[in-house]
Write a protein that binds this ligand. Structure first.
Ligand SMILES: C[S@@+](CC[C@H](N)C(=O)[O-])C[C@H]1O[C@@H](n2cnc3c(N)ncnc32)[C@H](O)[C@@H]1O
Length: 211
């Protein structure tokens, strides 16, 4: 099994208890760079898997492909953690690695464990309360909308379809005993719920591996 493990924004005290446990229990731990290596070093001997900072598609594809081979060979029979800065599903190297592995090695079980991402770390350090809708961008097209407090998810979905959104995931009471995650969007939801809408399939990878 492969676990994409969120390590938080860089403060050793902002690792979760779950992250520490998984680091200790894993047979092999990979990280993408020195900051992540430092964060995991009190708990395990990790290995850096190089992900070069380049826009060259060939180099990127080759690197991801090679890293997918290395990680999959280990993860087929052992518990492998890949520790990443912030959260593993938020603008993360792990998403592309996961995509490759799912395509080429579908037998590998992949899960992710969330970490404190740069967005909430930023809000905390700058005393910025984010309580209105906002856009996060790395310069690519905006193809995703996340609606909080989705108490009327079906109605929200119908409105978003008119804006061109086509893929929807509803998540309620995450990480609790009453958790519900479904793409069969219900009429009503709890206050602790999220509707994720995207315009492209690539933003809408398998929901069942959430964490
Ligand atoms: C590849 S993304 C990784 C995002 C990460 N997965 C997350 O959940 O925050 C790298 C970008 O995240 C932001 N970032 C991550 N950690 C940060 C930190 N400690 N301080 C400021 N920005 C950070 C920066 O914008 C950086 O260029």
């Amino acid at each position: 099994m492969l676990i994409g493990l969120g390590l938080g924004p860089g403060d050793p005290e902002l690792l979760t208890l779950k992250a520490v446990r998984i680091l200790k229990e894993s047979d092999t731990v990979y990280v993408p760079g020195k900051l992540a290596l430092e964060l995991v070093s009190p708990y395990t001997d990790a290995e850096i898997l190089d992900f070069p900072m380049t826009h060259d598609k060939t180099t990127l594809d080759t690197t991801i492909s090679n890293n997918a081979d290395v990680v999959s060979a280990e993860a087929r029979h052992k518990l492998v953690a890949f520790g990443l800065i912030g959260d593993p599903n938020f603008f993360s190297t792990f998403t592309r690695l996961k995509r490759q592995i799912r395509e080429r090695y579908p037998d590998i079980i992949i899960k992710t464990v969330p970490g404190i991402s740069s967005i909430t770390a930023f809000a905390s350090r700058t005393d910025t309360g984010i309580d209105r809708s906002f856009v996060v961008s790395d310069g690519s097209l905006v193809t995703t909308k996340i609606v909080l407090k989705a108490r009327r998810p079906k109605r929200i979905k119908e409105d978003l379809i008119k804006e061109g959104y086509s893929n929807f995931i509803f998540a309620e009471k995450l990480f609790s005993d009453a958790e519900r995650v479904t793409d069969d969007i219900p009429d009503t939801g709890d206050y602790f719920s999220i509707l994720h809408a995207s315009k492209k399939n690539e933003n809408n990878e398998k929901k069942s591996q959430g964490g």
